[in-house]
Write a protein of this length. Structure first.
Ligand code: SF4
Length: 463
């Protein structure tokens, strides 16, 4: 930790505006010189914290690559000179988490220079700028210039490295798509990330091949609405084409797909998963609600029976696959009967885990605009909490049943970073977190067998 820095000028990069310019005055110049001197001695450090989804994690990894390329040292605690919070705004709770992190930094490291980016920064820059200790607020468009914002220009000798620099990580996320063309009534993401855009195929292949050559065992393909990949490209391409090209034209040992909307699970995509052992048998299929009326109010583009048909087809083609769902409780106007429909359908479906969210109003969404509509009345917090508790209990029982069903079967897995005292953490293709009885380096493809399905975490042996 360096000595406290003098107060620096407040500089803000507004979302979708050119990168902020530093205001120059004598105190700022002196602070800049002192910082540059420390930088030149090679001791400045950064701490980066990602909130939210895999897409944000992928973008956080790109920011880290910039900062390391600029010579900053990574710190694992917020005691660093520079702190970057890569925020999420999908729920009110996500906003509150970011503000809590800022308060903690103010308490524990008031001299830190703090930059806030991500979806919260994009949605409400003025709100964040007004918080104590925040020096920069940076929207999505300025993320590639964060190192330039943090450091004096003359300190930035080397060009930023490609985002595939690993920094010891396993299972990197590769973002191939951003934005969303849907307008789900509860979701603020299209307004902060814009319309769907795809990374062209050659760029995806190059990024994945770099990971493969660096020794990565598994890459997670991510996007805000991943199944929309390719629809904006000219000529238009299909997501299944992308997956096939990755298999055919890269040496990546294992590919995992993140969340894909129910109607984007085409038969062709499913056949690829079923026939290619290099793709992890894992399908994350957002549901949100099992009630037709609630799905309609949400403007979700499928009915509960479409969803059930897709999930059963996935189970039929991939008998050992992890199948997960996002589900929301407490959407405005959700009645007891509508929640009961959701609970019943989840119980009946062959799902292996659930991500349960409680609705919170997001400014600018249809649900927020309709708050005065009698059919969109808020669900009492205590009722939503009880619904959430019930679904969490259901999720735990489904996960345990799946682990028991997999016990004794050969499962492909990838080792993660922390071997210790005879054990190594690994993730199976079908998304079970296991402790393997062996000390192994990260990024190894192994075969395991679950030996203790009731232990937490699960225990497995090498086979
Ligand atoms: S599909 Fe719906 S929930 Fe998902 S990002 Fe798009 S608008 Fe939001």
């Amino acid at each position: 930790m360096l000595a406290p820095l003098a107060a620096a000028p407040l500089t803000v990069a507004l979302p979708n505006a050119p990168p902020a310019r530093r205001v120059s005055h004598p105190a700022a110049a002196a602070a800049g010189l002192a910082r540059r001197e420390r930088y030149n001695r090679g001791v400045a450090s950064y701490y980066l914290r990602n909130f939210g989804c895999r897409t944000n994690q992928a973008e956080g990894a790109e920011i880290e690559a910039q900062l390391r390329a600029a010579g900053l040292l990574r710190a694992d605690a917020p005691t660093a000179d520079f702190i970057v919070l890569n925020t999420c705004t999908v729920t009110a709770e996500a906003d509150a988490d970011a503000r809590a992190a800022l308060r903690r930094i103010q308490r524990e490291n008031p001299a830190a220079r703090v930059l806030v980016t991500g979806c919260y920064a994009q949605r409400a820059p003025a709100e964040l700028r007004a918080l104590p200790g925040v020096e920069w607020v940076v929207g999505h468009a300025e993320k590639p210039a964060i190192a330039q914002l943090l450091l004096p220009a003359e300190a930035l000798g080397a060009p930023p490295l490609a985002h595939t620099e690993l920094g010891g990580r396993t299972r990197p996320n590769v973002k191939v798509q951003d934005g969303c063309n849907n307008r789900c009534a509860f979701c603020v993401i299209p307004s902060v990330r814009g319309a769907s855009r795809s990374l062209p195929l050659p760029d995806v292949l190059a990024a994945i091949e770099r990971h493969a050559q660096a020794g990565v065992a598994e890459v997670v393909l991510t996007g805000i609405n991943l199944g929309q990949w390719g629809r904006d490209l000219v000529p238009r391409q299909r997501f299944a084409d992308l997956v096939r090209a990755i298999l055919d034209r890269t040496a990546l040992p294992r590919l995992r797909l993140s969340s894909i909307e129910p109607m984007d699970w085409s038969d062709e995509l499913l056949e690829l998963l079923a026939s290619a052992p290099r793709i992890a048998p894992h399908a994350h299929v957002p549901l949100q609600s099992g009630s037709d009326a609630v799905l309609r109010r949400m403007h979700r583009r499928y009915r509960p029976w479409h969803y059930a048909e897709k999930v059963w087809r996935i189970r039929e083609r991939l008998p050992q696959a992890a199948i997960g769902a996002d589900v929301m409780v407490g959407f405005p106007g959700e009645t007891a009967a509508e929640f009961a429909e959701t609970e019943r359908s989840l119980a009946a479906l062959p799902l292996t885990y659930l991500h349960v969210f409680t609705y919170s109003s997001r400014p600018g969404t249809e649900a927020a605009r309709r708050a005065a509509d009698p059919r969109w009345q808020p669900v009492a917090a205590s009722v939503a909490a009880e619904r959430s508790r019930r679904l969490h209990a259901l999720a735990a029982s489904k996960r345990a049943a799946f682990a028991r069903a997999c016990a004794g079967q050969p499962l492909a897995a990838v080792t993660l970073g922390d071997a210790h005292a005879g054990w190594t953490r690994a993730l199976t293709g079908n998304y079970l977190d296991v402790l393997v009885a062996a000390e192994l380096p990260p990024n190894r493809c192994i075969q395991v067998q679950i030996a203790a399905a009731d232990a937490e975490p699960l225990r497995a042996r090498l086979i």
